[in-house]
Design a protein around this ligand. Structure first.
Ligand SMILES: C[S@@+](CC[C@H](N)C(=O)[O-])C[C@H]1O[C@@H](n2cnc3c(N)ncnc32)[C@H](O)[C@@H]1O
Ligand SMILES: [Zn+2]
Length: 487
């Protein structure tokens, strides 16, 4: 009698065997729906904010780009790329921007293509059908969001992902799951964005915008589009490691090569390498594409490209060779021996350190802020609107508010060209800080007593390097009345 159990899937609820093709657990009886040939483990519990229907068009993905990206993977991996990828699982395959080429090359013996989104997988499947490659090797489709233990232990030779790990909230848990599902000697490879390189791009673009504003302070849509990109990139850099603040954002992480390597080793991998995925020492290779995606006019793009070297070189020269790339190819190898070091999936807790203003400014330019807080009592506690801006020479991450021992943070990131022009026309603060100093958040202090008329509030400015400066230590906040502060 042939074995009817799935060779790669298991029941995520009880880890029991699944009846092949039926998605039914032989141990606990749970069943998982198959829709359009896609086995659905996520069941809508997690989702992406990306729109599947417009994804190819908005990201200029077509079969040629899939082939280029696939060749880039191979070229960067160089001698590490094996003769065959064996049994492969792809994470976050999206519309198949990588999978189309990979399947077409018949590099694997069989493949499981996964994504958090059923819609993405449907489109990916459609592309394989259109290209006539859906059955060149056994290909299965399943939803997976890194939160489901839906794969059996040690069943894949290769796990691959292109621009997906930075969407996954808990990267440590994800890598531990990848380690578990790989066979001994198996490998995982991911292309992901670099934090250091994005910091340089944002800082250099900010200097360029500041210079253009100094010449003539008009707010054109082109300038605004680039300014918005700078603010989002700065926000991404500032919020790194803060899972609570990153929660609402689709793009959660940018990575530092050696930090990712450490996390991968802690997840059990025997070796982890961060390789530059698209070396671009001058930045000019990548910024043209970036400006095109922002849909700025040709004249503006040309102007920024001409100004670029003069502004970017001062930052680019601070990066070492492997960081001179928009992203990394992470290449992780699972030992064929049993794991020697016990895994740790705990992130190091970062303890903020209290400082006074003089300590963070070093006697230089003062901290500046204008903030307005408005509290409202609701059935489940206080809701607090925090608006305004704050600027310093060191990078401010957030405004931290504590009420009744409950702590919430409002990120500092929104574009505020007006504040920049009023405060930093002479460039004494870093321009990415003055251009992106806006705060506009609604914080929830659940469990506070709604009948009280007054609350004690303390407010700190929290810096990127985990220092904080208290700016209000015992203020009195009254629901319905605004609480203003300026310095
Ligand atoms: C930037 S796209 C990349 C798509 C594809 N790999 C490519 O290179 O064209 C990110 C993909 O990750 C998926 N995604 C987002 N969050 C995810 C998660 N937690 N687990 C798995 N996939 C996720 C999205 O649906 C999307 O398809
Ligand atoms: Zn089960």
């Amino acid at each position: 009698m042939s074995d009817t159990r799935s060779s790669v899937f298991q029941c995520p609820a009880c880890k029991g065997a699944l009846l092949a093709d039926a998605g039914c657990c032989l141990a606990c009886g749970r069943s998982f729906v198959t829709q359009d040939g896609i086995l659905d483990f996520v069941g809508g519990h997690f989702r992406t904010q990306l729109d599947a229907a417009s994804y190819d068009a908005s990201h200029t993905i077509d079969d040629n780009l899939a082939e280029t990206d696939y060749q880039r993977f191979r070229q960067v991996a160089a001698h590490r790329w094996p003769a065959t990828l064996g049994s492969i699982v792809e994470i976050g395959c999206g519309t198949g921007g990588f999978s189309r080429a990979m399947i077409g090359h018949r590099d694997a013996t069989d493949a499981v293509l996964t994504d958090v989104s059923l819609d993405m997988l449907r489109i990916c499947r459609g592309h394989l059908d259109r290209l006539g490659i859906a059955s060149v090797l056994p290909v299965r489709f399943a939803t997976y969001s890194a939160n489901e233990a839906c794969f059996r232990d040690a069943v894949f030779d290769t796990c691959i992902g292109s621009s997906v790990v930075h969407h996954i909230a808990d990267v440590r848990l994800f890598l531990a799951d990848v380690w578990r599902i790989l066979k001994p000697g198996g490998r995982a490879c991911f292309i992901e964005p670099s934090l250091r390189y994005h910091r340089v791009l944002a800082m250099a673009f900010a200097d360029i915008i500041a210079m253009l504003l100094a010449r003539d302070a008009t707010f054109t849509p082109d300038r605004q589009a680039l300014h918005n990109w700078i603010a989002e990139a700065r926000r991404g850099v500032m919020l790194q490691g803060d899972l609570a603040l990153l929660d609402g954002y689709e793009d959660k992480h940018m990575f530092v090569g050696e930090t990712f390597e450490t996390i991968a080793l802690e997840a059990g991998f025997a070796a982890a390498e961060a390789l530059p995925s698209s070396p671009d020492p001058s930045g000019l290779g990548g910024i043209g594409g970036l400006l095109a995606r922002l849909q700025v006019g040709e004249a503006f793009a040309g102007q920024v490209m001409r100004l670029w070297p003069g502004y970017a070189n001062r930052y680019l020269k601070l990066l070492n060779a492997r960081d001179l790339s928009l992203g990394y190819l992470f290449w992780l190898t699972k030992s064929d021996q049993p794991r020697a070091v016990p895994s740790s999936t705990q992130a190091e807790a970062r303890e903020p350190r209290r400082c006074d203003e003089a300590e963070v400014t070093g006697g230089g330019m003062p901290l500046r802020w204008v903030l307005s807080l408005m509290a409202q009592a609701t059935s489940d506690g206080l809701r607090l609107k925090v608006e305004g801006w704050c600027v310093a020479i060191p990078d401010i991450k957030s405004v931290r508010v504590t009420i009744d021992g409950i702590v919430c943070e409002a990120p500092v990131w929104l574009p505020r060209a007006d504040v920049h022009l009023a405060l930093n026309a002479d460039g004494r603060y870093a321009t990415w800080n003055s251009l992106c100093c806006g705060v506009d958040s609604e914080l929830r202090f659940a469990g506070t007593d709604r009948t009280r008329r007054e609350f004690q509030v303390s407010i700190d400015l929290l810096f990127d390097d985990d220092r904080f400066v208290p700016i209000v230590t015992a203020g009195t906040l009254r629901p319905g009345a605004s609480f203003e502060l300026a310095h």
